[in-house]
Design a protein around this ligand. Structure first.
Ligand SMILES: [Zn+2]
Ligand SMILES: [Zn+2]
Length: 435
């Protein structure tokens, strides 16, 4: 537990226990980033700034698959061996970013090749690509023996400095970079400190600093790695692989708990008298939400509903969205082998359901419809065998499909009526959600 000398280059009067962000994101930026990260909040304009901002932080946690590496904080790095780049082991740059086959974009190609020729392009694209490009820069730097990284905007309004102290091995595809970081304004500019410098807008810096700040609270407070510099304005934190949200997390973060308009949960909610399908905190929220709610209200009170009996599939492949290198997501199929009915997270309330018509089911080779909710709390099968409802439902899926190619797909409102039964509203259908 050796402590290194305080570097003569960097001197700050006091130790920051928790850094404040030099810049906060504006509301429209938070909304934009949530959207770019795959979150669909139909009533997001009504959520408070605080709730939206919190949601962005939670989404970034999910992009790190944080609950896998730190299910019960604090993280105790000494529990894990040091990462060693040895022949036969995966390289840091190969594992630091997660992706899925859906993302057949240049970034995937980029880290496969392990070269940075296009990093400036990556930095200009989505927030997720920027975060991954930064992690890639750090991983490649560490492989070459660098420890000090920084990113700043063009005008150097603020700079985020990251010093890598060590790399631990959570598992063969998950390194944990133990770092110290500092996010500061121009007044504290330290030229020549960083061995690797990258461009990052203030907003991009905010996202990375947000991750570092949140992880900072997750690390064992008495942990003192070699090379730790104290009293210089740095905070101890860690970085782990980042990638796209799993389908489940996308659903989770796209869901508004409590009042569907403002997200209020602390007060008694009152049901819409017409459909009894949603509950609001106030008359005002009900009014503001009417445009979004109208179709559901009509569907529930006067739509055409069809009862269906479903079963649990033996195996379902969500391969195009499965996060490569995230064992939890890859192995997430086990639960579907069980025979107990999935938990009913919706109660008696209507929810959005996705229906995908597969004319040959990979297991049974019979036509079936795959049904799942946005939260992925279940993935169920409506099959054609001994199921009268199949013909009715499959006809609607085929006729009203939202896709020009691939499997016919629709969304509809649904209610859970029993362990293995649902009621589907086949007319009217909702506007196509971003899901
Ligand atoms: Zn409300
Ligand atoms: Zn209603």
């Amino acid at each position: 537990m050796a402590r290194a000398q305080i570097s003569p280059l960097i001197h700050d009067a006091h130790l920051h226990s928790e850094q404040t962000m030099p810049f906060s994101l504006k509301r429209h930026e938070v909304v934009e980033y949530l959207t770019l990260l795959g979150i669909d909040l139909p009533a997001r304009a009504q959520l408070t700034d605080e709730k939206l901002d919190k949601r962005l932080s939670l989404v970034l946690d999910s992009c790190q698959y944080i609950s896998r590496v730190v299910p019960n904080p604090p993280l105790i790095p000494t529990m894990y061996p040091t990462w060693i780049d040895a022949p036969g082991n995966k390289l840091l740059n190969e594992v630091i970013c997660r992706t899925n086959p859906n993302e057949a974009d240049f970034l995937g190609q980029l880290w496969k090749q392990g070269i940075m020729m296009d990093i400036t392009t990556a930095l200009r694209t989505t927030p997720l690509n920027h975060l991954r490009a930064m992690l890639l820069l750090i991983a490649l730097g560490v492989q070459r023996g660098s420890t000090r990284f920084a990113c700043a905007d063009e005008a150097k309004t603020s700079t985020l400095r990251i010093k890598v102290l060590e790399v631990r091995k959570f598992d063969s595809s998950t390194p944990i970079f133990i770092v110290q970081y500092q996010h500061y304004e121009r007044s504290k500019f330290y030229p020549g400190w960083a061995q690797n410098m990258a461009g990052a807008t203030l907003q991009q810096q905010n996202l990375l600093a947000r991750i570092l700040r949140r992880n900072s609270k997750r690390i064992e407070p008495t942990y003192r790695p070699d090379g730790l510099e104290v009293g210089n304005g740095f905070d101890l934190s860690f970085l782990i692989p980042i990638g796209p949200l799993t389908l489940k997390d996308r659903g989770k973060h796209s869901t508004i708990e409590g009042c569907p308009n403002c997200g209020e949960t602390a007060v008694d909610l009152k049901k819409c008298a017409r459909c009894l399908g949603v509950s609001y905190c106030s008359r005002e929220c009900q009014k503001n939400h009417w445009k979004a709610h109208r179709l559901l209200c009509q569907s529930v009170s006067s739509g055409t509903w069809q009862e269906v009996v479903v079963r649990r599939p033996k195996m379902i492949h969500f391969s195009s969205s499965t996060i490569v290198g995230n064992p939890e997501d890859e192995l997430g199929l086990d639960e579907h082998l069980k025979t107990t009915p999935p938990e009913n997270i919706h109660g008696a309330e209507p929810f959005l359901l996705k229906l995908v018509l597969k004319l040959d089911d990979e297991d049974d080779r019979i036509p079936c419809i795959l049904l799942y909710d946005r939260q992925q709390s279940f993935r169920l099968i409506l099959d054609s065998e001994e199921n009268e409802a199949f013909e009715v439902v499959s006809k609607v899926v085929e006729q009203k499909t939202e896709r020009a190619t691939g499997y016919p797909t629709i969304h509809c409102w649904a209610k859970r009526t029993a362990d293995w039964a649902l009621r589907l509203c086949l007319d009217p259908l909702p506007e196509q959600p971003n899901w």
